[in-house]
Write a protein that binds this ligand. Structure first.
Ligand code: NAD
Ligand code: MG
Length: 392
């Protein structure tokens, strides 16, 4: 039996992960589940999966969960806060850890899993944007295998040769082509983008996701974060990564080789495919995803991204090229701006402006350790909040 901890179990990725695990009770056992403050959601999952531990990031929620677990006579132990999250990420009973907390809050638990040498199924792309160099170095040092869950990176992983130990050039890889759906506003004009609402931004045409990543998809910052994520996962230079808008989201990404071959991974836009792939790897396992019907798809379209309407993508390239703390600053400013947009305190088009202003104000620094990373994150959040206050 393989023990699995699911960090962020009540979220979109967490729920899809449990759906795949549910199909293979003979192979996987849930070691621990975590959530922020959705007590009822986590309790229901505990009742079904009987994990050894359940962690609520919020201490009051943890107490409420503990009461419910006891009343129901369930064996699950309730833990609280960041220490609880890190504890279950490094748990002896957990062989695999699904890192599916959203945002920078997911970094420390994911890092704890890496340091414990787990197989880390990485959905939390912000962890890599924030601290890719450190994260990958720790994985190497502790023998942790990182398997990408982001559908694009999972597709790229599937299209890559078995070993990238000597780098992309040695492997004959010329470029990585990340596909992007273009999000819900692909066809909107700049004028129309001025007054779009959070609910419109969260109504993604192809994928059902959490609200933060949905807004990222609408601004195309999601693709920017994914460019940075791909640089770290595949040791790629930013100029080796291209972005192709592909509205059907059937090709999940591609790898172009020096001989002209382009390998693509296709499938339904359903996260259970990359999740099942990473759980089963190097074998294949059932995911519950409907087979792809190419006649139903009928056609595949491609277009270049429009950086005038979606400047976030360019800001992300700028940050990874600047290096050091710049991607951490980009990520923090984005989290602050997206939260303000979701709370209807910031118009959609201002998201990119807040991020650009923060990048301009916080000079990039070299990052050597976790403390410097967290400090860059903190300074950038403060600066982004100041930028927000100036505009309010
Ligand atoms: P979500 O908002 O649906 O779920 C987030 C989960 O994290 C929830 O379980 C929540 O309780 C928990 N959480 C939130 N804040 C927390 C905090 N401060 N401390 C501890 N736990 C906290 O998000 P999601 O869509 O499932 O995305 C999760 C991650 O996966 C994100 O990094 C996202 O970019 C990435 N991702 C998601 C998808 C998708 O289809 N949803 C696809 C690719 C990548
Ligand atoms: Mg993605």
């Amino acid at each position: 039996m393989i023990g699995v901890t699911v960090l962020g179990a009540t979220g979109s990725i967490g729920v899809s992960t449990l759906d795949v695990l549910r199909r293979h009770p003979e192979r996987y056992r849930v070691a621990a589940l975590t959530a922020n403050r959705d007590v009822d959601g986590l309790f229901a999952q505990c009742r079904e999966f009987h994990p050894g531990y359940a962690v609520m990031a919020d201490p009051a929620a943890a107490r409420a969960l503990e009461t419910k677990l006891k009343a129901a006579g369930l064996p699950t132990r309730a833990l609280a806060g960041p220490a609880g999250l890190e504890q279950v990420a490094a748990l002896g009973e957990a062989d695999f850890v699904m890192a599916a907390i959203v945002g920078a809050a997911g970094l420390l638990p994911a890092l704890a899993a890496v340091r414990a040498g787990k197989r880390v199924l990485l959905a939390n792309k912000e962890a890599l944007v924030l601290s890719g160099g450190l994260f990958m170095a720790e994985a190497q040092q502790h023998g942790a295998r990182i398997l990408p869950i982001d559908s694009e990176h999972n597709a790229v992983f599937q299209c890559m040769p078995p070993s990238l130990a000597d780098g992309l050039d040695q492997a004959g890889v010329r470029r990585i082509l990340l596909t992007a759906s273009g999000g819900p506003f692909r066809q909107k004009t700049l004028d129309q983008l001025a007054d779009v609402t959070p609910d419109q931004a969260c109504a993604h045409p192809n994928w059902a996701m959490g609200r933060k990543i949905s807004v990222d998809s609408a601004t195309m910052m999601n693709k920017g974060l994914e460019v940075i994520e791909a640089c770290w996962l595949f040791q790629a230079r930013p100029e080796q990564i291209g972005v192709v808008v592909h509205p059907q989201s059937v090709i999940h990404s591609m790898v172009e080789y020096v001989d002209g071959s382009v390998l693509a991974q296709l499938g339904q836009p359903d996260m259970r495919t990359p999740i099942a792939h990473a759980l089963g790897w190097p074998e294949r396992t059932e995911s519950g995803v409907r087979p792809l019907d190419l006649f139903e798809v009928a056609r595949l379209d491609f277009e270049p991204p429009d950086l005038t309407r979606f400047p976030c993508l360019e800001l992300a390239y700028r940050a990874i090229e600047a290096g050091g703390s710049a991607p951490a600053v980009l990520n923090a400013a984005n989290e602050v701006a997206v939260e303000a947009f979701l709370e209807q305190r910031l118009p959609f088009l201002r998201i990119a402006q807040i991020i650009e202003e923060t990048l301009n104000r916080v000079a990039p620094m070299a990052i050597d350790d976790l403390e410097q990373t967290l400090e860059a994150d903190r300074v950038a959040r403060e600066t982004a909040h100041q930028a927000l206050a100036r505009r309010d």
